[in-house]
Design a protein around this ligand. Structure first.
Ligand SMILES: Cc1cc2nc3c(=O)[nH]c(=O)nc-3n(C[C@H](O)[C@H](O)[C@H](O)COP(=O)(O)OP(=O)(O)OC[C@H]3O[C@@H](n4cnc5c(N)ncnc54)[C@H](O)[C@@H]3O)c2cc1C
Length: 380
């Protein structure tokens, strides 16, 4: 019951809408089938049909709009978002990534005092938009102190933004790209929103060779008014770190989804493969590796479940999440690599076959410890 089983998804849900979201998402991927998922992966095909499904079923709207800003079924519920992370990654990390960067893009908005921008985000979610988080810069990576994106105040009280961002997921179609910069006159940090459709927003290229669009973008004298400012000074800095805190926690859940699918596939293959007149699963060393992989995956899940409680309970007085959250980010994700290594020892050549989920998992599991930086548990 602890591991996701798409063939028998009968987990407890406190409300019907949550159950519907999870079941419909599983059904959509099951109908799509592994063959199509893999073909799209080889072709690096843009997942427009997945985003249409998200829009039609109002999935991101329900899951990512805090209570009070959207329809009655909307609430930001870490518990069910963890499960959604797990389901998406179970089928393909590319689908998870567009959800993940939407979370990153939305977090500075929901933390902002700018109510008008919050209502705009809620409306866009309802319309099926995705969101983007413009933090990283090409030359500075994890060193956000060195941010060069610059906002120059104008005589009329507006601003002009200039600079580049690098590795920005969904930046090819997000109407609100939460962008981190500094004010040119005071060097104060600032978060603002940019629209990918604006003529002064240049989408330079996709810097990855994947299904995702992970963009290099430039703002050229991009005009901004006070209405597009999310936060400034210490608030902007805190929104930045808190966003990464929320986002990096999801990485562990994505690892769990990948490892669960890979485990099922590996067991199925090994149990049906006969060598020397016996099933591969009868070899003692294979049993040992499967047991090891299973125990690690269970530990990943149990630890992440506990950490979800601390994330949900987090408050100025309850800061246990500060310990548990980075461990989900680094330990759970690196254990995910270990699980895949063990499974690969069992299935050997099969792990290279184009028809397998595993072939994709072996690549994607490596990404998770590397995303959302390594330094973001620290603050200045
Ligand atoms: C596929 C993909 C998607 C991404 N999507 C987004 C996105 O949507 N939005 C966005 O803003 N960014 C995004 N990123 C950027 C990502 O967050 C960065 O990769 C991350 O911030 C780390 O930067 P870097 O990879 O340039 O590593 P670098 O900053 O070059 O760091 C190199 C190494 O230095 C060490 N190091 C760095 N800082 C510290 C420290 N403080 N303490 C100890 N060691 C340290 C670590 O070992 C680290 O691995 C994405 C990246 C990828 C690959």
């Amino acid at each position: 019951m602890l591991l996701l089983n798409p063939k028998r998804h009968d987990r407890y849900y406190p409300d019907e809408r949550s159950r519907e979201i999870m079941r419909k998402t599983i059904a959509w991927f099951e109908a799509r089938g592994l063959k199509k998922v893999k073909q799209d992966d080889f072709d690096r095909a843009w997942y427009a049909d997945f985003l249409e499904f998200v829009q039609r079923e109002r999935l991101f709207a329900t899951l990512l709009t805090p209570a009070g800003y959207g329809a009655s079924d909307c609430r930001w519920d870490t518990w069910r978002n963890c499960e959604f992370n797990e389901i998406l990654a179970f089928y393909g990390l590319a689908y998870w990534y567009t959800w993940q960067v939407s979370i990153l893009g939305l977090a500075p908005i929901w933390q902002s005092p700018n109510e008008a921008l919050k209502h705009r985000a809620a409306q866009l979610l309802e319309e099926g938009s995705v969101f983007a988080f413009g933090l990283s810069e090409r030359a500075h990576g994890a060193d956000i102190y060195s941010t060069e994106m610059s906002l120059t105040p104008q005589a009329d009280g507006s601003y002009r933004a200039n600079g580049e961002k690098y590795y920005i997921g969904n930046a090819n179609l997000a109407p609100m790209v939460s962008t981190f910069g500094k004010l040119a006159d005071t060097s104060d940090y600032v978060f603002f929103v940019a629209d990918y459709r604006h003529q002064n927003y240049e989408l330079i290229r996709n810097v990855t060779a994947s299904q995702n669009y992970v963009a290099q973008v430039a703002l050229h004298d991009y005009p901004l008014s006070e209405a597009e400012i999310l936060s400034r000074g210490q608030d902007a800095w805190d929104a930045c770190l808190n966003t990464v805190n929320v986002g990096k926690f999801n990485l562990g859940w994505a690892s769990i989804g990948i490892c669960t699918h890979a485990l099922y596939e590996a067991v199925l293959h090994a149990a049906n493969r006969r060598l020397y007149n016996m099933a591969v699963t009868d070899f003692p060393h294979v049993q040992q590796m499967f047991t090891d992989a299973y125990a690690r995956l269970m530990a990943m899940k149990l630890f992440a479940l506990r950490a979800a409680d601390y994330l949900r309970a987090a408050s100025p007085d309850d800061r246990r999440y500060l310990l548990y959250n980075p461990i989900v980010k680094m330990k759970v994700t690196t254990q995910g690599e270990e699980v895949i290594n063990l499974l690969w020892e069992v299935i050997a050549a099969k792990g290279f076959e184009r028809d397998t989920y595993f072939e994709m998992a072996a690549r994607d599991i490596r990404a998770l410890p590397k995303l959302e930086a390594r330094c973001t548990s620290i603050s200045p």
